[in-house]
Design a protein around this ligand. Structure first.
Ligand code: BES
Ligand code: ZN
Ligand code: ZN
Length: 512
């Protein structure tokens, strides 16, 4: 991979006022009238500049605000950035993550070479030091990420390297920071990896090249294996859903199967987990073709599968003591002489038949095979991730993924992971009344419901394929990519799901 910007994060034991850096980053709450310990020392060296700024009210420490001061040779840092953290009692881990993201995003924008984060100074005892380091690292990767793999114009200038440090004068604290940074760097890198693969266009990533990428990713990672079902094997396995959707493309479909087996068997009996991700490398709608406006965005229809791929990378690198599989059904949905058609009746891997009424409802077709495969292979807990419905976007916008499930305990675990990871979910129904809409007169199921509640009927369709397994479905349409840049991130893929799923698995495996 041509690396666009190479980010390196380390800790450094240094007194922040003696820390040579392009940008020293400090946190500031809106309800504390004075700077934290580090801020105080910086303020003294700067002759009270921070206090004057706070007193003037130009910067009040409100969330999403920041102020920059200059070191002017009085401290070792060239610039100091104060980041607003909002009210102290409202702090969450995501406050810190987002602060690190907005600082590093700004640093890349200014083409700086180094950043020193000292946000943990303001946070104090609200969270343990290593957790704060983990989320700072996650945020730092998130904010500094850029995608310009195919930009050759030199006036834009490739960004080169950004050196990010978490700085503290106390050796004991450095130890705790190091532990969290180790985890955060794994998660942050996995998310950046997801963003790069998802940002790649459909003339680069198709089912076979995605499968090759998965195999390359797996190589050298302990406990992780990757097998790929090609078209011949999909036919032999009777995976009719994946084959139907892939039939219209010259790039044949695949099912990517990643298996992670921990070196040590877990201390207590843990569920065998399967993550299932939709990887439609381009969704034109097929014969039920989409309107052309914004159709380019449908290169992101592989995002669920890629979130699974990158989570498997993180799971292996963190050496989590839990058995996890990643199943990634991949197809390209195009109209052609060989495409599947409205009216076709498809026999899926489960044996259930589906009447295709809209070829654009293709995600559920490929997921039905992968979900049934997970259940047949006796995975106890099955979580799927998919850019499944425009309806979910209409319902929740781009602030929450839809969460549907047949299991209350699993729902709670995912909600908890969502809160900690800052990748939010909102619980939506998927029960019998929705399932009733998916019954067909000429087959077991049809692939679309009525006009209303499209996210819920899609989930109810998937639910028919999970048998007795504890199952959850994450509809990430609207979360997978942002067309415009935000304060925290460059436009394009968000890598949504990587932090959520990894956090869920860390919690399940009891890893702190
Ligand atoms: N990939 C789309 C869903 C989607 C739409 C994701 C917009 C992100 C942004 C999916 O395959 C699809 O086309 N779904 C249809 C289902 C309908 C035909 C029942 C939809 O949502 O319109
Ligand atoms: Zn579609
Ligand atoms: Zn789709």
């Amino acid at each position: 991979m041509k690396q666009i910007i190479s980010v390196d994060i380390t800790t450094r034991k240094v007194d922040p006022i003696r820390c040579k850096t392009d940008l020293l980053v400090l946190g500031c709450f809106s309800d504390s009238k004075k700077p934290d310990e580090v801020g105080k020392a910086v303020d003294e060296k700067l002759g009270g500049a921070i206090r004057r700024l706070l007193k003037l009210g130009d910067f009040k420490g409100a969330a999403k605000t920041q102020a920059v001061l200059y070191g002017e040779g009085k401290i070792a840092a060239t610039r100091v950035m104060l980041i607003g953290l909002g009210e102290r009692k409202k702090i969450t881990l995501d406050t810190i993550r987002k602060a690190a993201a907005s600082a590093t995003n700004k640093a890349v924008g200014l083409k700086l070479k180094s950043v020193a984060l000292a946000l943990h100074g303001a946070v104090g005892d609200a969270y343990d030091t290593s957790t704060v380091a983990r989320v700072m690292a996650e945020g730092a990767y998130f904010g500094s990420y850029r995608y310009d793999e195919f930009v050759t114009a030199s006036e834009n200038g490739r960004l080169g390297a950004l050196k990010i440090e978490i700085v503290d004068a106390d050796a004991k604290r450095i130890k705790a920071l190091d532990r969290g940074l180790g985890q955060g760097a794994v998660i942050g890198r996995a998310q950046s990896y997801a963003r790069t693969i998802a940002n790649r266009p459909a003339n680069v990533i198709n089912p076979p090249t995605l499968a090759k990428e998965a195999q390359a990713m797996t190589r050298g990672l302990k406990g992780l294996s990757c097998t790929v079902f090609d078209e011949k094997q999909l036919k032999a396995q009777k995976m009719g859903g994946i084959l139907a959707v892939g039939a219209g493309s010259r790039s044949a479909p695949r099912l990517i199967v990643l298996k992670y087996t921990p070196a040590k068997t877990p201390a207590k009996k843990l569920p065998k987990v399967a993550l299932v991700g939709k990887a439609v490398t381009f969704d034109s709608g097929g014969i039920s073709i989409k309107p052309s406006a914004n159709m380019d965005q449908m290169k992101f229809d592989k995002s669920g599968g890629i979130a699974v791929l990158a989570t498997m990378k993180a799971v292996a690198e963190l050496a989590l003591p839990i058995s996890v599989w990643g199943l990634i059904p991949s197809a390209e949905n195009l109209p052609s002489a060989s495409s599947y058609r409205p009216g076709d009746i498809v026999t899926t891997y489960s044996g259930k038949t589906v009447e295709v009424l809209n070829t654009d409802a293709e995600g559920r077709m490929i997921l039905s095979d992968a979900l049934a495969y997970a259940v047949k292979q006796k995975r106890d807990t099955v979580i799927d991730v998919a850019t499944l419905t425009g309806a979910c976007m209409v319902a929740l916008g781009s602030y929450n993924a839809g969460l549907m499930s047949n299991d209350d305990a699993l729902t709670e675990q995912i909600k908890k992971a969502a809160e900690a990871s800052g990748e939010s979910v909102w619980h939506l129904p998927s029960g019998d009344e929705y399932a009733d809409e998916m019954k067909s007169k000429v087959a077991d199921l049809k692939n679309i419901g009525s006009r209303w509640g499209g996210a819920c009927t899609a989930a109810a369709f998937l639910r028919q394929f999970v048998g007795e397994a504890a199952w959850a479905h994450l509809d990430i349409a609207g979360m997978d990519n942002f067309q415009k840049e935000t304060e925290y991130a460059a436009p394009g893929s968000t890598g949504f799901g990587v932090r959520l799923l990894t956090t869920y698995l860390m919690n399940l495996a009891g890893v702190k």
